[in-house]
Design a protein around this ligand. Sequence first.
Ligand code: NCD
Length: 315
Amino acid sequence: MKVRHIVSAANFDRQFISEIFNSATKVKKSPNDYKEKLTGKIMATLFYEPSTRTRLSFESAMLRLGGDVISTENASEFSSAAKGETLEDTIRVVNKYSDVIVLRHFTEGASKIASSYSDVPIINAGDGKGEHPTQALLDLFTIFSKFSTNKSGKQQLTVSMIGDLKNGRTIHSLAQLFSLYDNFKLIFVSPRVLAIPQSLRSSLIQKNVKFEETEDLNSALKSSDVIYQTRIQKERFKSNRSGESEYIKYLGRYIIDKKTLKIAKDSSIIMHPLPRVNEIKPEVDSDKRAVYFEQVENGIYVRMALLLYLFDKAY
Ligand code: NCD
């Protein structure tokens, strides 16, 4: 069945993912073939939380397809939300101006609500501590592109996901994508209080996903093929002194640096959705295993593929 809104990774299946990835691969190979595909279409980007990559990546994807973009980058302050307008009303109004809406909101579940008021596709570009499904797609696309060459068929891959797993929405979406395949083993590395949410844990158990949870980064690194580092989500801690000191406590806990590179497998890859604060040292950037800037590039192709899909223009 056609996915109409891109709201949660839980709505994706393997067939949808493979369709998007095939299309993204074609777009990557010859982007010029697609430069007029969405001429006349308008994308609205409505961002109530900060973003550099996701908003610009979507806008760039739309422009590369010949479409146009209208945007409010600080919707909490510069849109009518500041005057008390509800999200529902905003979505109804923006429906009249655009053919697709990319929404980043501080409330978990906001995109789902928006989709129930929208005739045009809603793309969830991050809903609070909830999900970030398009980031998960580009992450998985990057992983498949790095490990697909194995001649002996499907390779068993161990993935370590590190950091603020409680508040990190990229983790919540990506873990759900892994659960669709049987060749991933997941290791969640975090301080106990920042462990994955219970709802995600239950869903992984129910789907028989092989996973473990630990506080020990070094032991996880030794067996990992994919090292997925994340930021401690400062904005999700209480904005008072106790929140600040709690944040500082976890900030330096898990760092990828030259020393950790010695422990990690030579064939592994190191990923990060970015922005990074201090959790991957710049000295790692020149290592061949560091692929976080490749993720950024793949994000464009995957988002172009998603837009083509939503407008029935993929082939
Ligand atoms: C992530 C996000 O906003 O959730 N960034 C992104 O979109 N690439 C990760 C983060 O903010 O830590």
